[in-house]
Design a protein around this ligand. Structure first.
Ligand code: SF4
Ligand code: SF4
Length: 422
């Protein structure tokens, strides 16, 4: 390992006293019961690598990559060991030394930086769904040739015809009076899979006197950093910094918990790169989750009725990493007709973690099934959340368990409440 990374990791793992309390908050440990799938076990392996007792190679790849980096362990850890960060750093070092799979390299370095190529890939997927090629491949078992990835392809929802960017453009209306001006960071998930949430966000912001710019941005960089490709993540981040930092806006808002959380990390990511350090710090300090921004602004409460029993799942990247958990609940409780019911283990990861379900389908489903048992217990008709990644995983869980529940972003419920008020 490079000396710096080694010193950082050394200091971080030394905080672990091996008490094992992290077991209580770890979804992968609860699913498998295996020691190397909990923070204590992962840290013990990293400690062995640092001490030279284990090589940093494929022998530790699985314990590093089957972590959801959800941070649930840290909630139960007295020294607050940052296992998610430790694991992410160790993955980056592994990739620096041994490289990454060519498919990841292609996606992170050729597809994600190029919105046209990404758009084309998404359109091809939609076409395969419409023409029946994808369902046919599934029914004939052809997807099984892909192993876990084949099974995992079922997690992908139906791709909508219009993107979030298109829907947002149509939804934005001129304002009579302006209270604030924001840049809306449109993440890949909302843009390609949940465009309705983007349109709802525009309507709710406009209704509350907020002018919205929708700048051309690329992927926030979270997928490559999660897979250890720090160079690809930084390339994407630089493009976003260049697109956003000079804008004359009060805040940069996003309705994607994962994007928001990673945009907050840009400052740290570029701390050692003089050309971007200050700009990255500035950008991170201006990022707010959409619900956090709306709550601080104070919104028009002339809501119509939304008669539904609603529960809420905390995305790890919002509740735990950005400390935004009260605002979504307050909004839901404020809508007339909503019967809000708390979800047991609401802040336990859903097993989505970006594309975790594609790479670790079996564990991801065990984690998801536990979440679905809790959802069923609430008797809710709507499962609200605030991250397209969670929404995709939760929707699949509902389909898998055939629950009579719809998944919605909180902003879509606010939008519905305004629409029913007229
Ligand atoms: S709770 Fe914290 S200190 Fe205890 S074993 Fe887990 S990571 Fe280590
Ligand atoms: S980050 Fe999440 S999955 Fe990883 S060890 Fe901690 S609780 Fe378990």
């Amino acid at each position: 390992m490079t000396r710096n990374v080694m010193a950082e990791l050394d200091a971080a793992v030394e905080q672990c006293n091996q008490c094992g309390f992290c077991q209580a908050g770890c979804p992968t440990y609860k699913a498998t019961g295996i020691e190397w799938t909990v923070a204590r076990g992962r840290i013990a392996l990293i400690r062995d690598v640092l001490a030279g007792r284990l090589p940093l190679d494929d022998s530790v790849r699985e314990p590093l990559f089957n972590c959801l980096t959800c941070g649930g362990c840290t909630d139960h850890c007295f020294p607050a060991v940052q296992t998610a960060q430790i694991v992410t750093k160790a993955r980056a070092e592994l990739v620096r030394r041994h490289g990454e799979h060519w498919v990841q390299k292609l996606v992170f370095r050729q597809v994600l930086p190029n919105p046209n190529v990404l758009g084309l890939a998404v359109k091809s997927l939609r076409l395969s769904q419409i023409t029946g090629v994808e369902p046919l491949a599934r029914s004939t078992g052809a997807v099984n040739l892909l192993g876990q990835l084949g099974a995992a392809s079922a997690v992908l929802p139906k791709i909508p015809g219009k993107t979030g960017r298109e829907q947002a453009r149509e939804a934005i209306k001129p304002l009579a009076a302006r209270r604030a001006r924001v840049a809306y960071f449109l993440g890949c998930g909302t843009n390609n899979i949940y465009p309705g949430a983007a349109a709802a966000a525009m309507r709710v912001l406009n209704r509350n006197g907020v002018e919205v710019l929708v700048p051309e941005v690329v992927c926030c960089g979270k997928p490559p950093i999660s897979y250890g490709d720090e160079a690809a993540a930084k390339d994407l981040a630089r493009r976003n910094i260049d697109a956003l930092v000079g804008l004359d806006v009060d805040a940069i808002v996003t309705d994607c918990a994962t994007c928001g959380s990673f945009l907050h990390e840009y400052g740290e990511l570029f701390a050692d790169e003089p050309a971007y350090a200050e700009k990255a710090k500035q950008l991170s300090s201006r990022v707010q989750d959409l619900l956090q921004f709306l709550a601080a602004l104070g919104i028009d409460q002339t809501f119509g009725k939304v008669p539904a029993r609603i529960t809420y799942h905390d995305p790890c990247h919002l509740g735990r990493f950005q400390k935004v958990s009260v605002q979504p609940r307050d909004f839901l409780k404020s809508v007339p007709g909503v019967e809000f019911v708390e979800l047991p283990e609401a802040n336990m990861c859903c097993g989505g973690a970006g594309s975790y379900a594609l790479t670790h389908y079996d564990i991801s489903m065990m984690v998801l099934d536990r979440k679905m048992e809790n959802v069923a217990r609430t008797g809710a008709q709507v499962l609200a959340t605030a991250c397209p990644g969670c929404a995709m995983q939760l929707s699949y869980g509902i389909k898998r368990q055939q629950l009579p529940v719809r998944v919605k972003h909180v902003v879509e419920i606010l939008d519905q409440a305004y629409q029913s008020a007229g």
